[in-house]
Design a protein. Sequence first.
Length: 77
Amino acid sequence: MDVRLHLELDDDLARRVDQVSGPRHRSAYVRAAIVRALGADERAESLLAVAGSLRDTRHEWDADPAAWVREQRRDEV
């Protein structure tokens, strides 16, 4: 089932949406924008939920990442 919404946009914002989507495709454009925004919000929420759950361990490349990369490349030959 689809739900109809009434959105109010100022003239400039509506004009910008029309420029990108075309005046007959506003709903599809707004729908896609909402889907993207919800996905971003859900990803941010997931990241915040796990923030701090990984141990802070030192890595062999922390002191000099470029030197570590060079060493890895040397070992590949």
